[in-house]
Design a protein around this ligand. Structure first.
Ligand code: PMP
Length: 368
């Protein structure tokens, strides 16, 4: 039976990548060592790191005036690391702006409040996060140190379909985006952001690696808080080429294999077309029936994370059991939202979504 894993993260990885990692597990390229056993400063691992950084930059089109940092701690740690590095960009008493679009924004806001004065410039909480607040309703500060968004809310299933332009209203504040759950799934104009960041365990590789892409001018000026740990001070990490402390070497190696796989698939533009087709297949079916419901406004629907509900919640367990019997795994929704959630990241093939839609139809027919 073919297994399709719809986990929100850690999530499915390309089979070819896992096969290559298995083949190289005991002896990487004749070195006599597993990647896990190598010194992070040795020439073998340095070549792995450089290739991963180069391929990532190429795939995402990262401009030359941006640093790509490979860190640890995940996006939740970044929720603190960001204000520690940038809240004082425009002075000690400057405010920072956040847009509240779902569960991960809520967490980012809560954490930032421990370090600085946070202004929530827009929120869809009253609408149960069913839609990204329209850009013309945002009440941005006139001179915040930065504006933070979560561009794909993994739990709620909303995704920005555009890059908000905030520069004019905010005296050129940098836009910061948590891209954890849709990085490399769609083309992005990195030059419109000051910082993008995310954990790797959805669209890139195993948990343990956190990627931060930061515009170089934001590292200058010494505005990181003195309390910021050196290992999380972006300037120090950048000056040491992500080698200030030991980076998550094996996670970087697997991420590098995923980047090579992505390039073979035709890169991010080709992947985006596939992701559009996969999401359309699933949403179109969900929209065609009352048996299942999606609660997200059409203009805000995530291509990566699709929460949906059975009209009769009493059928949830039977639905999940039947799905498992067919090899469709980890479809249970996040506990804060309930229902189901299908995460259909880059490594989920179209056949996986087709198998899910076939099962949705079958289950509906059986239970109606
Ligand atoms: N932000 C988003 C959008 C996420 O999806 C997640 C993980 N599900 C996080 C932040 C938190 O990531 P981590 O647990 O790796 O810190």
């Amino acid at each position: 039976m073919t297994i399709f894993n719809f986990s929100a993260g850690p999530a499915v990885l390309p089979k070819e990548v896992l096969q290559q990692a298995a083949a190289e597990m005991l002896d990487w390229h004749g070195s006599g060592m597993s990647v896990m056993e190598m010194s992070h400063r040795g020439k073998e691992f340095m070549s792995i790191l450089e290739a991963a950084q180069r391929d990532f930059r190429e795939l995402l089109g990262v401009p030359s005036n941006y640093k790509v940092l490979f860190l640890q701690g995940g996006a939740i740690a970044e929720n603190a690391i960001i204000p520690m590095n940038l809240a004082h960009l425009k002075g000690q008493s400057a405010t920072v702006d956040y847009i509240n679009t779902g569960s991960w924004s809520v967490k980012s806001i809560k954490e930032a409040k421990r370090y600085c004065d946070v202004h929530v410039a827009a929120s869809s909480e009253a609408q149960h996060f069913a839609q990204i607040p329209a850009r013309d309703t945002w009440q941005l500060s006139s001179n915040p140190s930065y504006v933070h968004i979560c561009s794909n809310e993994t739990i709620d299933g909303v995704e920005f379909q555009y890059t908000p332009d905030i520069a004019a209203e905010t005296n050129n504040a940098p836009l910061i985006a948590d891209v954890s759950s849709h990085i490399l799934s769609r083309e992005m104009d990195v030059s419109k952001y000051g910082v993008i960041y995310g954990g790797a365990q959805k669209n890139i590789g195993p948990a343990g690696l956190t990627i931060v892409v930061v515009r170089e001018d934001l590292l200058e000026g010494g505005h990181a808080m003195t309390s910021c740990p050196s290992a999380f001070n972006w300037k120090i990490v950048a000056d040491n080429d992500s080698m200030y402390n030991t980076p998550p070497t094996y996670a970087i190696y697997i991420a590098g294999l995923v980047f090579q796989w992505l390039k073979k698939q035709g890169g991010v533009a080709a992947m985006e077309q596939r992701n559009i087709a996969k999401a359309a297949l699933l949403y179109d079916y969900l929209d065609s029936t009352d048996f299942y419901q999606t609660k997200i406004a059409a203009d805000s629907r995530s291509r990566m994370n699709v929460p949906f509900f059975l009209h009769d919640h009493a059928l949830n367990d039977a639905f999940l059991e039947g799905a498992k019997e067919r090899g469709l795994l980890q479809l249970k929704g996040h506990k804060s939202v309930g229902g189901m959630r299908a995460s259909i990241y880059n490594a989920m093939p179209l056949e996986g979504v087709q198998a899910l839609v076939t099962y949705l139809k079958e289950f509906e027919k059986r239970e109606q």
